[in-house]
Design a protein around this ligand. Sequence first.
Ligand code: BTN
Length: 233
Amino acid sequence: MKIHRYPTLPSTNTLAKEMIREGAREGVILAQRQTAGRGRLGRSFFSENGLFMSIILAPERLHIPVALLTSAAAASVCRVLCDEGLEVGIKWVNDLFYENKKVCGILTEAVTLGETILGYVVGIGLNLGEDVFPEELQEIAGVLPLPLTRRDALAQAIALALAKTIESDTGELLSYLKEQSIVLGKEIRYFGASEGEGRAIDLDDEGGLVVLTAENERLTLKTGEISLRLKNS
Ligand code: BTN
């Protein structure tokens, strides 16, 4: 897969989406820095130091349900980082944690024309090198102990791992996601379409998070956001 490298871009996802609209069917955009990095739920993503990449996927490449694409990306990054000897875990649905801090975020977007899906963009941001976070992120954001010189090799390994994962067996992917989850079995708070507290107990076949609520009901979160609830907090 061709890698398009840039020192700085506003957002690799934005460029990848433009490329799909212009006819691109595959490719990887890789930047060292973003000036307008985008996160989920319309948030910005701090992108000063690290690996910021977007992978373009043609819809027919997906052999897994599209609902699992973000999870597939999380599993792929997790595999690559575990191969580096790092103990990372997946926080449903799009974050990777290392030593209790977020070190990776994933934003998956679709480009459509009318009813037709032209392509998917899987955007991945990994914090590498030095800790240069502003004060408000110091408590939550972490850096992987990998040098910035590994950026290119890691991006290639992640793109390859994702290519394999989207062609893999869904059952295998789900088992891996459950193994690497830092959320299952934990007390959580959930926000979004429904809000409340409960215990995360399982993933469904489309990667939805099954929660046993404080009211003892089973609820499946398809999207939205969770936070891990520390006892007494
Ligand atoms: C999140 O944590 O909410 C998701 C963050 C996704 C950030 C990546 S960095 C590469 C790609 N380009 C973007 O503008 N966003 C994604």
